[in-house]
Design a protein around this ligand. Sequence first.
Ligand SMILES: [Zn+2]
Ligand SMILES: [Zn+2]
Length: 173
Amino acid sequence: MKYNVAQLLKEAIGSRRNFEIEEDICDADHPVEHVQGSVEMVRTHQGIWLRAQLTVRVPQDCSRCLDAFSRTHGIELDEEFFPEIDVNTGAKVLLPDDWEALYIGSDHNLDLTEATRQATLAALPLKPLCRPECVGICDRCGLNRNHGSCDCYNLQIDPRWAALRSLMDDQQP
Ligand SMILES: [Zn+2]
Ligand SMILES: [Zn+2]
């Protein structure tokens, strides 16, 4: 998710780029597997302001039945990125070490990977469900009850049925 912004950095403040993105993220450590949406970049006094409306597809495990599923979420990015290197002079731009900012590396690539990761993690539910009516797994045999049923709780009734039946049998003439 890298975009070369060398040309935009050389342009006047207020210059902008608008474009659409759509790509797969093949990184097991990134929460997103697919991203799509529109991006706007604006040259600012110090760097580039980025705004993006993205739809991200996120693979997750259901918190009730543990099945894997993917769902799309809408996220917005609204961040300023600062160049580490002055694009005109090649000089290192001095920024305070403790400044928690997003940087444009010395290759002049603006990388959306980390900003997308943070916005996605903030958008995800704490307890994801494969579907709202998910009935989860049987706590006795571990069967996923969305895919079938087990007899664990029916068997429990059997002894009582047996007692009833023996009573009824006793009353038979
Ligand atoms: Zn589920
Ligand atoms: Zn069961």
